[in-house]
Design a protein around this ligand. Structure first.
Ligand SMILES: Nc1ncnc2c1ncn2[C@@H]1O[C@H](COP(=O)(O)OP(=O)(O)OP(=O)(O)O)[C@@H](O)[C@H]1O
Ligand SMILES: [Mg+2]
Length: 502
């Protein structure tokens, strides 16, 4: 069902201005949301998307502007205010309590109670009911801290959906989700908008979702509203052009042939029931994509190879030399670097500046006689910021003041600076906008030309087949199939990933 334009908007934001030190994040932005519509909010990294919705949620205060909810002017000073107005948010960053289980997290602050006590059985029954309803294959008793990023995201989505809100705001919810979970989420969204006239504000860098899911789209560029359109009236190319001011020609670089020598060899890695004997190799200048569904073992494989989690068995060789991969320090020394999927936990020290974060893994190389060469770090950091177009007032900007995508770019820059022999990238372009992706790919290509081997763990099948010399598909902790470049379509990968093709 399409939206009724005559309806009073659920949300109206008028003339919103927000300034951070050195940045005008929002400049007179108007935005509205109608009942029963999915309104896509698009823009490059740092365009102001998250800031706009954080102003609506009360996480940030605006400098100027007005907000109306169901036609009435409202003052939103904190997330409690927005919740009372029937607005529910899923932020870009994870916001769960890692020590608590899934059910507790889902119902945090709204537990079913009698006489002040939490009704335990009801709590877990309800959690199980909703997880089932949203087709989420999760155990209500599982401790959130032990879950993968993807599973945690699903918990956040479930938590937002059960709040019975009239407005749901989702900041890059599918960024970490694979196809099946995305489709589940989309059908829940469609059902809620049809039967309950819920309105959705939906932020995404997956542009295919615009026409799949959206009713209207608003494009932000450098803090300004570049226009609001019905999705039926605008093509993807037009959207991208408005977003970045030009067309994107080649998203993926022309990648040359790998060298003959081996960069990495992994033999029969085993870890509980997660990794069931995986062997693979990687040549110098070669990029191999590893993909598969959530839980297939991508991240586990990367972490195991890089010594972050212990294994039951297996061997790892760098350039033919067997390495002791019992700790991350040993693997870094051996020339292996790991770029984690969860930038908050492993990627960045958020209270440190971009420069200091960049300097961390590179400091050993950029030292002279035991002293860290600060000038070298500064100049390299500056180069990477320019190359990746990291949007920040300066390299002294703290990592937590960057937009989500720019944080991700900073993580990438940090590891690109280490000059390792083998790089293991876990979801390297997650949350990065279209231009940033092209930049990351071209940097990877430069690394390949220098003879570095790249193992790319990714849930983006297109990225996997376009970038990889080979694509390995995992299924239940085993290699289901390996494709050479050009041999498989995204479709083939998906079929293998779900176990439909052996
Ligand atoms: N807490 C903060 N302190 C200082 N600057 C901030 C803060 N939050 C955001 N900014 C700045 O405001 C601008 C807009 O950031 P915002 O997070 O809204 O971008 P975004 O559109 O959500 O980008 P992304 O796609 O990368 O998530 C950026 O320049 C960012 O660095
Ligand atoms: Mg954001």
């Amino acid at each position: 069902m399409r939206t009724e334009p005559s309806n009073v908007p659920l949300v109206e934001m008028k003339g919103i201005i927000k300034r951070f030190p050195g940045v005008l994040a929002l400049d007179q932005v108007d935005f509205s949301l109608l009942p029963g519509e999915v309104h896509m909010l698009l823009g490059e990294n740092g365009a102001g998307k998250s800031t706009l919705i954080k102003i609506l949620s009360g996480a940030y205060t605006k400098d100027k502007g007005e907000i109306f909810v169901r036609g009435e002017s409202v003052a939103i000073h904190s997330p409690v205010d927005s919740l009372q107005l029937g607005l529910s948010f899923i932020y870009q960053e994870l916001n769960l309590v890692p020590q608590l289980d899934i059910a507790r997290n889902m119902f945090l602050g709204m537990e079913p109670r009698a006489l002040g006590f939490v009704k335990i059985k009801e709590l877990y029954d309800k959690a199980a009911f909703y997880l089932n309803k949203f087709h989420m294959d999760l155990d209500p008793y599982a401790i959130v801290g032990t879950l993968s990023v993807t599973q945690q995201k699903l918990v956040e989505i479930a938590r937002a959906l059960i709040k019975d809100a009239q407005v749901l705001v989702l900041d890059e919810p599918t960024d970490v989700l694979e196809d099946r979970s995305r489709q589940n989420l989309f059908s829940v969204i469609n059902e809620l908008k049809r039967s309950h006239s819920v309105g959705f504000i939906y932020i995404s860098h997956r542009y295919a979702e615009v026409h799949e899911l959206g009713d209207r789209v608003t494009i932000l560029r450098d803090g300004e509203n570049e226009g609001t359109y019905r999705v039926a009236e605008i093509t993807l190319d037009q959207i991208i052009e408005r977003m970045i001011g030009r067309k994107i020609e080649n998203q993926y670089p022309q990648i040359g042939a790998p060298q003959a020598q081996e960069a990495l060899r992994v033999e029969d890695i085993r870890q509980g029931n997660k990794l069931n004997g995986i062997s693979l190799n990687l040549r110098k200048g070669e990029i191999v994509s590893v993909t598969g569904l959530m839980g297939a073992g991508k991240t586990e494989l990367g972490r195991a190879i890089c010594g972050i989690d212990p294994c039951d068995a297996g061997e790892v060789y760098i350039e033919g030399k067997r390495i002791n991969f019992s700790t991350p320090k040993r693997t870094i020394e051996a020339g292996l670097a790991y770029l984690a999927e969860d930038r908050k936990a492993l990627g960045l020290i958020l209270v440190h500046s971009i420069r200091d974060n960049f300097g961390l893994p590179s400091s050993a190389r950029l030292s002279k006689l035991g002293f860290i060469d600060h000038r070298a770090i500064t100049s390299e950091c500056d180069q990477f910021m320019k190359k990746l177009d990291i949007k920040a007032p300066s390299m002294e900007t703290k990592a937590n003041q960057l937009s989500g995508g720019n944080q991700q770019k900073a993580v990438v820059a940090k590891w690109l600076g280490t000059q390792s022999k083998v790089l293991v990238f876990d979801e390297p372009t997650r949350g990065i906008d279209i231009r940033g992706k092209a930049e990351v790919y071209s940097l990877m290509n430069e690394l390949l030309e220098q003879g570095i081997g790249i193992l790319m763990l990714t849930s983006d099948y297109q990225e996997a087949v376009e970038m990889g010399h080979r694509t390995i598909v995992l299924y239940h902790g085993r290699i289901a199939k390996e494709f050479q470049r050009g041999e498989a379509t995204e479709e083939d990968i998906l079929r293998t990933a779900i176990g439909a093709e052996k």
